[in-house]
Design a binder for this molecule. Structure first.
Ligand SMILES: Nc1ncnc2c1ncn2[C@@H]1O[C@H](COP(=O)(O)OP(=O)(O)OP(=O)(O)O)[C@@H](O)[C@H]1O
Ligand SMILES: [Mg+2]
Length: 257
């Protein structure tokens, strides 16, 4: 299963991505966590040390490799391969940490060519081939805030979107836009996770406002998560978060089965 985590800036996409990756890995599932946010911090949330973070090279930045695989580097003029070989990229460039494979996509430039530049073609192929066993393995894509910025081609390879919503109507609005854009690119399932819930009425208002969208569950507001971010610490040892994320995972599995 491939899941893209989207939503308004700061709503908790990276928090949910890391927590879900941790839950799947804890259950012995092969999980690939992909940071698709050019300004991302998923590795940090997963608990990577600063030293390990410094070793990460985003796929899109590997100009030479992209050129070798596609036959062309930057521009879209001329011909380039539409089916570059990507089968070895995860082994070569992925980082395995605590049972979670991690890849950073880097900046997916749009420019006049939209999604059809060599780097995007390579990324799309990579997304399609990253999972060895589509039924068993799980890919979690931590998106950047603006869904318009993401490579639509890349995101169209996912089975479901999860829009993270925090208490606030702007966040609800973004979830609705995510659902529409997901449909536009052919992804039928958009689910919602409500995050940063402090009081029951916040969850109730969100569920009322989100009618029509399937809510997988919620994550409580927790100051420890702010503190972890502040100190660049991982969040997978946060028992409360993992317990709530496990419930979300189970709900997702129930729907998918
Ligand atoms: N349930 C929560 N309780 C308290 N703080 C939270 C919670 N979830 C996330 N946060 C905090 O909110 C901030 C934003 O969270 P996170 O980075 O997961 O959001 P994001 O949607 O990935 O943001 P961005 O759009 O910048 O990528 C972080 O400081 C994080 O620690
Ligand atoms: Mg993020």
């Amino acid at each position: 299963m491939r899941i893209a985590i989207s939503g308004k800036g700061g709503a908790g996409k990276t928090t949910l991505s890391a927590a879900l990756a941790g839950c799947y890995a804890a259950d012995g599932v092969r999980v690939l966590a992909v940071d698709a946010d050019p300004d991302g911090n998923l590795a940090s949330a997963l608990g990577f040390s600063q030293e390990l973070i410094e070793k990460i090279v985003p796929i899109s930045g590997m100009k030479k490799m992209i050129e070798e695989r596609t036959g062309r580097s930057q521009d879209i003029s001329g011909f380039f391969r539409l089916n570059p070989d990507v089968s070895d990229l995860l082994d070569k460039f992925g980082i395995l940490f605590n049972g979670i494979s991690f890849l950073s996509m880097g900046t997916i430039e749009k420019g006049a060519g939209g999604c059809m530049c060599p780097a995007n073609v390579l990324l799309k192929n990579l997304m399609q081939h990253l999972l060895l066993d589509k039924d068993k393995d799980v890919l979690i894509l931590d998106m950047d805030a603006g869904i318009e910025h993401m490579g639509r081609a890349t995101a169209s390879c996912v089975d479901a979107f999860i829009a993270v919503v925090e208490p606030g109507q702007r966040s609800v609005q973004t979830a609705k836009s995510v659902e529409k854009l997901a449909r536009d690119i052919g992804v039928k399932n958009t689910f919602v996770v409500c995050n940063k819930i402090r009081y029951p009425h916040e969850y109730e208002i969100l569920t009322d406002s989100l009618h029509g969208l399937k809510i997988l569950g919620s994550i409580s507001y927790d100051n420890c998560l702010i503190e972890a971010d502040l100190m660049s610490k991982g969040i997978l040892n946060n028992q409360g978060l993992i317990k709530e994320a496990m419930r979300i995972k189970e709900e997702l599995e129930m729907i998918q089965s």
